[in-house]
Design a protein around this ligand. Structure first.
Ligand SMILES: [Zn+2]
Length: 472
C-alpha cells in the first residue's frame, strides 16, 4: 500500500507539471522553438526458445517504426484528422551501456520461463528476466513471451525505476521475423511507448465523459477493435486511427497535437523524463570514456574504455645518455641503445683566396652543433684540418661562403672534405652560399648479445654485454 500511495502522489505531481507545461510546449511548437527529443533504447530480448530470440533486423524494424510513427513519417498517413502531429520524438539504439562500455543496444538473456505474464518478472534477473537500465538514461524495452493473448504493456511515468519501460510480446515486435498479423506493423510498441510517455487510452478508460487528459481527441465510450472507421460514440466520430486506441496495426496512423504536448511536457524542466535529455546512451564513438586503451602507449589512460586513436608511442627510445643513439625526449627505453667507441671525425679544408668568407658547422641529429670553424684569413690557402672524437649517429655538415661564390674556382682552388675514420663521407668545392651534406655513422662497437642462438641475439652487436637469453 505504501508503494501505491507513493505512486499516486508522484502521478499527481506529474499531472500538475503536465498541466503547467503542455500549454507552453504548444506555444513553443507553434513558434518552432522546440528541439527534437532523442531517446536511447535498450532492448532486453528474454528468450526460452530460438524463435523468441528475435533477430537484430527485427529489432531494427521496430525502432524504425517508432521513429516513423512518432515523427509522422509513416507511409500510411492520411489527412482525415487535421490535428495529427509530428511529436518530434525520436529513438536510437543505445551505443553505450550505463558503465560507458560500447553496446549494440540489444541484450540477449536466456530464461527458463515459458510465459511471463504482466507481473514484471521479465524485468528482473532474479525472476528469470533482465534487470532494467537506469530509467533516466534509457527506454527499457523488454521482448519476451508474455502469453495470455497480451500484446504488450507499459509503465506510466512516476512508477518504480526498476520496472520502468515497455514490454512487447516477441510476436508483436517489429515488422519482420516473428511479427504476427494483424499486429505485425510494430504499433504495439508505438502504443506502449505512448503510455510510457504518459498517454492514456483515447477513450479515457471509461464511458462518455471519461477523459484521456487531451483536448483534441474525440470522446468515446470504449476501445475500437479491427478497423472501425466511422464508428460514432458519445455523439462524435471515434479517432480509431489513433495509436492509443485498440485498432489493428494497419488501421492506426497518428498521434494528435494534444497528445504531443502532453508527452513533451515530460521533457520540460522538472519533468519526469527530462533526465533523458542528458543521456549519453546514444553518444557517437568516441564521446564517452575515451582515450588511449593500449597499456603499452605513453599516454595510456586507465580510465578509458573506448580507444579514440590517440595512443602515442613517441616516448620510446634509447634512454641511456652514454649510448650513441641516446634520445633525450625518450622516457621509456625500447632496448635500442647502441653503445660504441668514439670515432675520429675530421674536417679538411683548403681555403680559396677569401678565407674570411668561409665558415662551417657539423650538427648532430639532436640539433646540437658539435664541430665548427671559420671564418679564416684571406690570402692564405694553407690546408686546415679540424678533428673531434664523436659517437655514432646522423650528422649534417654545412659549409658556408658569405659572398656566395663557393671556394672554387675563380679566386683560388679551394675544396673541403669530411672523413670519419679516414673514410670520406662528404666533400665539395663549387657551390654558391651553402653546401649541405647529411651522413650517418654506424657504431664501431655495439654492446649486446652476440650469441646467434640466443633469443635476443643482436646481429649488429660487436661486444657481448652478458644479456644473452637462451632456452633449454
Ligand atoms: Zn494500452
Amino acid at each position: 500500500m505504501m508503494g501505491l500511495q507513493k505512486y499516486a502522489a508522484e502521478a499527481e505531481r506529474i499531472e500538475q507539471h503536465t498541466a503547467q507545461w503542455a500549454p507552453i510546449v504548444a506555444q513553443q511548437r507553434a513558434a518552432n522553438q522546440n528541439a527534437v527529443v532523442t531517446i536511447p533504447v535498450v532492448f532486453h530480448v528474454v528468450y526460452r526458445t530460438a524463435t523468441e530470440n528475435i533477430s537484430a533486423e527485427q529489432i531494427q524494424s521496430q525502432l524504425d517504426v517508432l521513429n516513423d510513427d512518432f515523427r509522422r513519417l509513416n507511409s500510411d498517413v492520411d489527412d482525415i484528422w487535421p490535428q495529427a502531429a509530428d511529436t518530434e520524438i525520436e529513438f536510437c539504439l543505445a551505443s553505450f551501456d550505463p558503465q560507458g562500455n560500447p553496446t549494440d543496444g540489444i541484450l540477449r538473456v536466456p530464461t527458463t520461463v515459458s510465459e511471463f505474464g504482466t507481473n514484471d518478472a521479465v524485468k528482473s534477473a532474479s525472476s528469470g528476466g533482465s534487470d532494467a537500465w537506469p530509467y533516466n538514461e534509457y527506454l527499457n524495452f523488454w521482448v519476451c513471451n508474455i502469453g495470455g493473448g497480451i500484446l504488450g504493456y507499459a509503465q506510466f511515468p512516476g512508477g518504480s525505476a526498476s520496472t520502468d519501460g515497455v514490454v512487447c510480446g516477441y510476436q508483436y515486435t517489429g515488422t519482420t521475423g516473428t511479427a504476427t498479423a494483424p499486429f505485425d506493423l510494430g504499433r504495439t510498441a508505438t502504443h506502449e511507448v505512448g503510455h510510457w510517455l504518459n498517454l492514456r487510452h483515447i477513450w479515457g478508460d471509461g464511458g462518455c465523459g471519461a477523459s484521456d487528459f487531451v483536448d483534441d481527441t474525440p470522446d468515446s465510450d470504449g476501445p475500437n477493435y479491427g478497423c472501425a472507421l466511422g464508428n460514432v460514440a458519445c455523439n462524435t466520430t471515434d479517432m480509431v486511427q489513433n495509436y492509443m486506441d485498440y485498432s489493428d496495426d494497419a488501421c492506426m496512423n497518428l498521434f494528435t497535437q494534444g497528445q504531443t504536448d502532453r508527452m513533451l511536457a515530460l521533457f520540460q524542466p522538472g519533468g519526469f523524463r527530462a533526465g533523458l535529455l542528458e543521456s549519453n546512451g546514444c553518444a557517437p564513438p568516441c564521446e564517452v570514456s575515451c582515450g588511449c586503451t593500449d597499456d603499452t602507449a605513453c599516454n595510456f589512460d586507465s580510465n578509458a574504455l573506448n580507444d579514440d586513436g590517440t595512443c602515442d608511442f613517441s616516448c620510446y627510445g634509447c634512454t641511456d645518455a652514454a649510448a650513441c643513439n641516446y634520445d633525450p625526449s625518450a622516457t621509456l627505453d625500447d632496448g635500442s641503445c647502441a653503445s660504441g667507441e668514439l670515432q675520429d671525425f675530421t674536417f679538411n679544408l683548403t681555403p680559396d683566396n677569401y678565407g674570411s668568407e668561409t665558415t662551417w658547422t657539423l650538427v648532430d641529429d639532436g640539433g646540437s652543433t658539435v664541430m665548427s670553424g671559420g671564418p679564416y684569413v684571406n690570402s692564405n690557402t694553407t690546408p686546415i684540418s679540424v678533428s673531434a672524437n664523436l659517437g655514432a649517429g646522423c650528422y649534417t655538415l654545412t659549409v658556408n661562403d658569405s659572398y656566395g661564390d663557393g671556394i672554387c674556382c675563380q679566386y683560388g682552388s679551394g675544396d673541403y672534405s669530411f672523413t670519419v675514420c679516414g673514410e670520406v663521407v662528404a666533400s665539395g668545392a663549387t657551390f654558391t652560399n651553402t653546401d649541405v651534406s647529411t651522413f650517418c655513422v654506424e657504431p664501431t662497437n655495439v654492446a649486446g648479445c652476440t650469441d646467434s642462438i640466443a633469443c635476443n641475439y643482436n646481429p649488429s652487436a660487436t661486444t657481448d654485454d652478458g644479456s644473452c637469453l637462451t632456452e633449454d
